[in-house]
Each structure stands twice: as structure tokens, then as C-alpha cells.
Design a protein around this ligand. Structure first.
Ligand SMILES: Cc1cc2nc3c(=O)[nH]c(=O)nc-3n(C[C@H](O)[C@H](O)[C@H](O)COP(=O)(O)OP(=O)(O)OC[C@H]3O[C@@H](n4cnc5c(N)ncnc54)[C@H](O)[C@@H]3O)c2cc1C
Length: 383
């Protein structure tokens, strides 16, 4: 391994590799990416691949619209295929409060030109007769939303980064961040030290741990989230939108010939990634409630991953105040996959001293110490 670098990226998930790719696109040399395990083995590997423009804050909508430029033209840009399935996202509102907020959200989304439809329970029933609607107030649907494979996306970024000269080391854990006073000066890894004036924390759910290595607090915590998969399930017609029952915190979509179903979310932080078979009981209950025909479904397997949650469910981007050269690309709170193209782009611009193409000042970590978190009417839904 080299002894010096111009930029070190800690973490080879979708965020670290997107940043590496965007730096390579800008012809930056001397970029080193360090991954403690294998590329993409963290949250990225566990992700449901959801991509949507239906967000409830301007900053997240801007990130979605910028990212869609890449997702919509991935194979032309990256030279690798991405099977972006535009089946749409269907959000279901069961309470009046949710329905009012959904309508307000759709007004905001329409200001950005997002073609979102407001649907009555009858319209929902007509289009997707397998859904239970008798308790619903309404729903919102956007055909441009959908899902894609995190592995394919990550491969595209990695190939592009390598082609542009980024040096990528797997099996290389960062153990300490070296500082000289109020500046970073490099990292100590299990394989030796590398000196660099810029170190980027792209460690996903481990962002807080990596922050501690630099002696600073990065307010990101890991929360387990489980997904389950059924055997082939032919009783629901395609195309099936990624359907979200907001009140129940439940969603499902097609996965191959079967279904992917979301499990309960832990409300305490931990790095526990065990599949909890008790969770299947809740999954089955939620599934049969909203889609009664799912009583015929057989759960085949499941997995658990970590959300990287920030205190206001929004990303934390920027240079850490008081520690020059230490950059954060953290806290995506369950949306990091879909926003990775835009995040890589704006972080590359920021690190190079350019004006970021999206104003990310509201995402600075200082918003928490200043008591200015981003506020949403409903806590963001996290796929
Ligand atoms: C069940 C589930 C479903 C999800 N569904 C969606 C979805 O539908 N749409 C969406 O947009 N997002 C979704 N997400 C969220 C998404 O997966 C994450 O936001 C995204 O993958 C974050 O990427 P990352 O690169 O920051 O983190 P990661 O993919 O976790 O990458 C961080 C990397 O850093 C490495 N690392 C950590 N510490 C060190 C160290 N000290 N030294 C070296 N390397 C280190 C880790 O090994 C890891 O590979 C989902 C997440 C889960 C768990």
C-alpha cells in the first residue's frame, strides 16, 4: 500500500464508491479507498434498492432528482447494466393526519415537476384489487419511482473508479484517524499508516465509530432492519408497485417470482444483524392484513441490515467543523442507496473546493449543536 494519498475514503459501500467514481471523473489522482471487509458488504448489500422522488423535504427531493439523472441513464454513463424497474411507489395513508400530510407532500413534489397522483381508496382498489382499502384515506403513486440492484450499481461505480485510477483496498480496516492539531493527517490501518490531508468518513452505520477514531462525535446510530423473501408467488399480477403501508411501517415489492417484504424495525440502536424469527410473525400479520391473498405466501428466507440513522433522519454532509480535512458523508437514514449518485457528486465538488451543485449547507453536522435539525411533518419513511 502507498504511504501517502491525496484523499482517503473510509468505506466501500455505495456512498464511498460513488464518491470515488465522481473524483475519478474529475481526474483527481491519489485517491485511496479503504474497506475493512469486501466492497458493498455493509448496508448496501442488505438494501431493498428502492428509488423514489416522493420525499417530503426539498433537500431530499433535490437529491432524488439529481440521482435520477444517473439511474435513468446508468448503462450509457457507466457501461454496465442496471435493471431499474419503474413499477412506481404507492404510499398508503390510513389516518386523516397521514392523508393531509401526503397531500401537502404531493403539493411540494409537484412544485418540482414530479408526476405524483393522489388516489382515492376506490381508485386504489380498482388498480390493485388485491389490496385491502376499507380502512384507507387515500394514497399517492408516482410511476417514475421503482427499484434497482445495489450490487449492479456498486459494480458500476467501482469499475469507473478503478478505470480513473482510484486505488481500492479490501480487507483493510481503519483503526485510527491521525491528526495534527485541528487537521487530519492520515489513517492507521491494520496494514500500516497512510498520510493524507483529506479523510472521508463513508462508513455507513459505523460512521459514529469512525468519528470516535478522530476524537469527534458523528451522531449516527445503527438500527437493525429485517427483510423477508417469499417463494414464487403468482397470485398477484405484475407490475406490482413498491407498496408502502405507512402506519404499519410495512412495504412489499416483487423480488424475482416471489415477494420482498419488510420486517419490523428495531427502536434501539445495535449492530445486531441476526434474523429474528419472531419478526416473521409481525411480517405475516402485516402482510395478510393489507394483502389478504398473502395468506398463501411462504416465507423462504430473510436477512438483516443496519440503517444509519441521524437525529433528524437526514444525511450529514460536509467538513467536520474544527477538524480540517475530515469530511462526513453519513446518516442517510435508509435512503443512501438511491441518493448515492448525487451524494458522490456533491461531495466530490465540496472536497475539491467547488460550489456543490446542490446547496448542502442545511446538512452540516452543526445543525444539531445549533438546535436546527431538519423538520418533517411525518417521520421519514425508511425503506
Ligand atoms: C434492510 C434495508 C433496506 C434498505 N432499503 C433501501 C432502499 O430501498 N433504498 C435506499 O435508498 N436505501 C435503502 N437502505 C439504506 C441503504 O442501504 C444505505 O443508506 C446505504 O447502503 C448506505 O451506504 P454506505 O456506503 O453509507 O454504507 P455501507 O454500505 O454500510 O458501507 C460502509 C462500508 O464501510 C465499511 N467500514 C466501516 N468501518 C470501517 C473501517 N473502520 N475501516 C474500513 N471500512 C469500514 C463497512 O464494512 C461498509 O462496507 C436500506 C438499508 C437496509 C438495511
Amino acid at each position: 500500500m502507498e504511504k501517502t494519498a491525496d484523499i482517503i475514503i473510509i468505506g466501500g459501500g455505495i456512498i464511498g464508491t460513488s464518491l470515488a467514481y465522481h473524483l475519478a471523473q474529475k481526474k483527481v489522482k491519489g485517491v485511496v479507498l479503504l474497506e475493512k471487509g469486501m466492497l458493498g458488504e455493509g448496508s448496501t448489500a442488505k438494501c431493498a434498492g428502492g428509488i423514489r422522488a416522493q420525499f417530503s423535504t426539498e433537500i431530499n427531493i433535490r437529491f432524488s432528482l439529481e440521482s435520477l439523472k444517473t439511474w435513468n441513464h446508468f448503462s450509457e454513463i457507466m457501461g454496465t447494466e442496471l435493471d431499474f424497474k419503474k413499477v412506481g411507489y404507492l404510499f398508503l395513508a390510513a389516518t386523516e393526519e397521514e392523508w393531509t400530510i401526503f397531500r401537502n407532500n404531493s403539493d411540494l413534489q409537484k412544485k418540482f415537476g414530479i408526476p405524483v397522483d393522489l388516489l382515492s381508496p376506490q381508485e386504489i382498489q380498482y388498480r390493485w384489487p388485491f389490496l385491502r382499502v376499507d380502512d384507507l384515506q387515500g394514497g399517492t403513486f408516482c410511476q417514475g419511482d421503482g427499484y434497482a440492484g445495489p450490487h449492479e450499481a456498486l459494480s458500476g461505480f467501482v469499475r469507473g473508479a478503478r478505470r480513473g485510477g482510484v486505488r481500492i483496498y479490501e480487507g483493510t480496516e481503519v483503526l485510527q484517524i491521525l491528526r495534527k492539531g485541528n487537521k487530519v493527517s492520515g489513517v492507521r490501518t491494520g496494514r500500516g499508516e497512510i498520510f493524507s490531508p483529506i479523510v472521508v468518513n463513508a462508513a455507513g452505520p459505523y460512521a459514529g465509530e469512525v468519528g470516535k477514531m478522530a476524537g469527534v462525535e458523528v451522531p449516527v446510530q445503527p438500527f437493525r432492519r429485517q427483510l423477508f423473501f417469499t417463494r414464487p408467488f403468482p397470485y398477484i399480477p405484475d407490475p406490482l408497485p413498491l407498496t408502502i403501508d405507512f402506519s404499519r411501517g410495512w412495504y412489499f415489492r416483487r423480488e424475482g417470482k416471489g415477494l420482498l417484504i419488510s420486517g419490523p424495525k428495531d427502536d434501539f440502536p445495535s449492530f445486531n444483524l441476526n434474523v429474528d424469527y419472531q419478526a416473521m410473525v409481525e411480517v405475516a400479520r402485516n402482510s395478510m392484513y393489507r394483502v389478504p391473498i398473502m395468506e398463501k405466501a411462504e416465507i423462504d428466507r430473510g436477512w438483516a441490515g443496519s440503517y444509519e440513522i441521524s437525529p433528524d433522519n437526514h444525511a450529514i454532509l460536509g467538513e467536520f467543523p474544527g477538524l480540517r480535512g475530515f469530511f462526513l458523508a453519513n446518516g442517510f437514514s435508509g435512503h443512501g442507496f438511491q441518493h448515492s449518485p448525487a451524494v458522490g457528486k456533491v461531495m466530490a465538488e465540496l472536497i475539491l473546493g467547488e460550489q456543490p451543485s446542490i446547496d448542502i449547507s442545511c446538512l452540516s453536522v452543526e445543525r444539531f449543536s445549533k438546535g436546527e435539525p431538519i423538520r418533517e411533518a411525518l417521520t421519514a419513511f425508511k425503506e
